[in-house]
Design a protein around this ligand. Structure first.
Ligand code: NAD
Length: 277
């Protein structure tokens, strides 16, 4: 039972004693998530592929909560590097309880201009990268099983998807396909792993203010255009997503299995139909 002393910045330590890994944790949604997990009491591995300085800043912020953290460089689309990353975590922290497969990127082009390299890069990082991270985490979850004092489940995998899991997106066929794939991968893994008491779920952000979509919010005109797509009429912040990850990874949502939680200010509510149709 959490006590008042466990509270920090108003967040009850829902994840006390758990070990979490966040990929792509040195820019945008990743750092906010890694910090929120630390604030909730988890030890955290901060994965990055470039930008060690930013990763170390995130580590320092997490350590301020009195939990352990370190940065680990790895390309999530490289099998050997993902295997080594999780192996090191098991060695240093003893195990893993929460895998947040967050790393992702865009390589935008209209289909007639899109190179195979652009297609492949996005699939490799956004889909294959999540598969590799989920697979390595699942092996350790199954090996260890449930430890009741830590969590009711044997482990949690949180896939960072997107509203483009279900909203088609012209000029971004590689990205939308990768996220559609993440949705089905998540459900299939959830079905396969649930008997092991492993919970696999996805968070699908709408428009969140990060470097990946700077063009969509960095000028007042662009932001006004974007807000037309958001019934709640605000662009999301990385903390909106970080809080959702903490909730879905915690035992409060222990019966939530194979679900996509849309955190999008209503973007998936077909806003174009609000005044007609
Ligand atoms: P971001 O560009 O700020 O962060 C992406 C992170 O992934 C960076 O740290 C980057 O270095 C890392 N990364 C890229 N390739 C990698 C690789 N091969 N190995 C390891 N790390 C790698 O963007 P963000 O908005 O924070 O995106 C995070 C996730 O959220 C992505 O999966 C993205 O698709 C998803 N998402 C974002 C939004 C949004 O509006 N920002 C909306 C929907 C979904």
């Amino acid at each position: 039972m959490a006590t008042a002393a466990d509270k920090d910045h108003g967040t009850v330590q829902l994840l006390k004693g758990q070990k979490a890994l966040v990929t792509g944790a040195n820019s945008g949604i990743g750092p906010a998530t890694a910090v929120a997990l630390g604030r909730a009491g988890a030890d955290v591995v901060v994965n990055y592929v470039v930008g060690a300085d930013e990763a170390e800043k995130v580590v320092a912020q997490i350590k301020d909560f009195g939990v352990r953290a370190y940065a680990h460089e790895a390309d999530v689309s490289d099998e050997d590097q993902v295997v080594a990353m999780v192996a090191r975590m098991v060695e240093e922290f003893g195990t893993i309880d929460i895998m947040v497969a967050n790393a992702g990127l865009q390589r935008d082009a209209n289909v007639t201009e899109m190179t195979l390299a652009q297609w492949q890069k996005v699939i490799d990082v956004n889909l294959t990268g999540q598969f590799l991270c989920a697979r390595e985490a699942a092996k350790e979850f199954i090996r260890r099983g449930v430890v009741e004092e830590v969590s009711r489940s044997a482990g949690k995998i949180v896939c960072m998807s997107s509203v483009h899991q279900i909203i088609p997106w012209s000029g971004h066929v590689n990205y939308a396909s990768s996220k559609g794939g993440v949705g089905m991968m998540m459900q299939t893994l959830a079905q396969e792993l649930a008997p092991h008491r492993i919970r696999v779920n996805a968070i699908a952000p709408g428009a969140i203010r990060t470097p990946i979509n700077r063009d969509a919010w960095s000028t007042p005109e662009a932001e006004a255009d974007l807000l037309r797509l958001i019934p709640y009429r605000r662009v999301g912040d990385p903390d909106d997503i970080a809080n959702a990850v903490v909730a879905v990874a915690s035992d409060l949502l222990d019966y939530v299995v194979g679900t996509t939680l849309y955190v999008d200010g209503g973007m998936t509510l077909f806003p174009g139909f609000a005044t007609g149709g």
